[in-house]
Design a binder for this molecule. Structure first.
Ligand SMILES: [Ca+2]
Ligand SMILES: [Ca+2]
Length: 517
């Protein structure tokens, strides 16, 4: 069965409608799994295979195939099942090669080996000039205080952060976390892996989404009252992770009752999304949350490259987020393409693993960055929107975010108003909230000005200079009484920090610009 790798021919091992991947065996990997080279069209990349394969059958059916044993239901709502061969010595690759020929579009729809593909985290540590400048300029930049006057979120809205695990005991997270999942081990403990470089990534993303807010500790979350669930999908950037784990992450998000899934990870540049994962995500955004769909947010990635239509950030229905700096300029690394929906500032200041673990010896880092840090900002805004109106479908949330995005000043838009780097603009939480709760406009939101057809445009917040002068007042709205009282959080505690932070951020980004060119 295992021929010499040098002479191993290409074979079709994955088919899903129009998609086909071929594979050929390489010498066995150190992991003990079979190593393979993969070919999808003109693109080639490497992975490994285990003893299992993934089949897609009609929803409601159970795979019944000759010489095949069902391993487990992967995501029944998508018709995805993990299977293995009943034949001695037939691994997942050989099984898939055999089953691909049995796809009939009726009882068997798609087949894939359970590829283990390198997963990367889209972080990028912008070197800080000086820790005195630490603070959450990025929330101020999108006018978050104006949005918080409308709502600070609801605990019933849960955001699942799929990443490299979280510090479950972090003082700024511990009260916010609901049970999570480790989809690699697998068990119910999504704790980060100790003593591993970059292990703060998941904690940093979770903090930006919904850190405990107004608690005199750490940072404020974008959605202060939303709850969090952490899923550990990988241990560190570059790790091989099986497709089944990717699907498990979304299956957990669906079954746990989450409304939003924040994903600051992806595959290596140019790797097409594995069809079983695409099917799982498509099912999540359309069938999850009682048919309203989960809001799935992905980082665009940091390769300064153009995303192809078949890559992970291009899966239809998801919200793909690029990164901007404090001057509304696209970050030099931010991937571009038709699938970029919108941009958000990078959340440089966020939670670190508490104590000596993580990026530094404290509980907070000022060095987070990349599109990894922009994605959870938008995930938090989506949490605010669903808190404001839980009946929204995922498609409605996506549409409202796009339609209310603040125009990116440096964008060169096409006829549809889209720019490949900036998407449809920069996320504007207040405008998005007023779009999905038009009745809140009538309540007299102080910063709001109505334009055409009930659409509302809102000042995204003071400029950098104005923010510096704003001092402890915290900028937008000043001391004005909120028109709609937020629940649970007035967030004054964070406001002063936010204002003073803007100058620092400017310094950091100037450095960035210099480095880029
Ligand atoms: Ca806090
Ligand atoms: Ca630490």
């Amino acid at each position: 069965m295992l021929a010499s790798p040098a002479t191993e021919p290409w074979a079709v091992v994955l088919a899903d409608g129009a998609t086909q991947w071929e594979a050929r065996r390489l010498p066995k990997a150190a992991s003990g799994r079979a190593a393979v080279e993969l070919r999808a069209g003109e693109r080639r990349f490497n992975g490994e295979v285990d003893a299992t394969a993934i089949v897609r059958v009609p929803v409601g059916a159970v795979p019944s195939l000759p010489g095949v044993v069902v391993d487990r239901a992967l995501m029944p709502e998508a018709g995805l099942w993990a299977v293995r061969s009943a034949k001695e010595g037939e691994d997942g690759l050989a099984l898939a090669e055999r089953l691909v020929k049995k796809i009939d579009g009726r009882t068997l729809l798609a087949v894939s080996p359970n590829f283990w593909l390198p997963h990367v985290l889209h972080n990028l540590n912008a070197p800080p000039n000086d820790t005195r400048y630490g603070g959450q300029w990025y929330l101020k930049k999108i006018g978050i205080e104006s949005a918080w006057k409308l709502t600070s979120g609801e605990p019933s809205i849960e955001v699942t952060v799929v990443d490299d695990g979280c510090d479950l005991q972090h003082p700024d997270l511990v009260t916010k976390l609901l049970p999570g999942r480790d989809v690699v081990t697998p068990d119910d403990d999504p704790t980060y892996i100790p003593n591993q470089n970059g292990n703060e990534h998941g904690t940093a993303c979770a903090g930006i989404v919904a850190a405990a807010t107004n608690n005199n500790t750490g940072i404020a979350g974008t959605c202060p009252e939303c709850k969090l669930r952490c899923v550990r999908l990988l241990s560190g950037s570059g790790e091989l992770v099986p497709i089944t784990a990717d699907v498990d992450a979304f299956s957990f998000a669906m079954s746990s009752g989450s409304a939003v899934v924040s994903n600051s990870w992806g595959f290596g540049l140019g790797v097409p999304v594995p069809p079983p994962l695409k099917a799982a995500i498509t099912t999540a955004v359309t069938v999850g949350r009682g048919g309203k769909g989960l809001v799935v947010v992905f980082a665009a990635g940091n390769a300064a490259s153009r995303l192809k239509d078949d890559e992970l950030p291009s899966v239809p229905g998801i919200i793909t987020v690029g990164a901007i700096n404090n001057f509304d300029e696209a970050a030099p690394f931010s991937n571009r393409g038709p699938s970029v929906a919108l941009t958000a500032p990078t959340g440089t200041v966020t939670l670190d693993i508490s104590g000596p673990q993580g990026h530094n010896a404290t509980d907070v880092t000022v060095d987070f960055g990349g599109t990894s840090s922009s994605c959870p900002v938008v995930a938090g805004v989506a949490g605010l929107m669903l808190s404001a109106n839980p009946l929204l479908t995922a498609a409605q949330v996506r549409e409202a975010l796009i339609q209310t995005a603040r125009p990116a000043p440096f964008a060169v838009k096409d006829d549809a108003g889209h720019d490949e780097l900036y998407g449809y603009g920069i996320v504007d939480p207040t405008a998005a909230l007023l779009r999905v709760r038009p009745d809140w406009v009538d309540a007299g939101q102080p910063d709001a000005g109505t334009t055409d057809a009930g659409m509302v445009t809102v000042d995204a917040g003071p400029s950098v200079d104005a923010g510096g002068a704003g001092g402890g007042a915290g900028g937008s709205g000043g001391g004005a009484e909120p028109a709609v009282m937020p629940r649970g959080c007035s967030c004054e505690g964070s406001a002063g920090q936010v204002s003073f932070l803007l100058l620092a951020a400017a310094a950091v980004w100037v450095t960035w610009r210099r480095r880029s060119g």
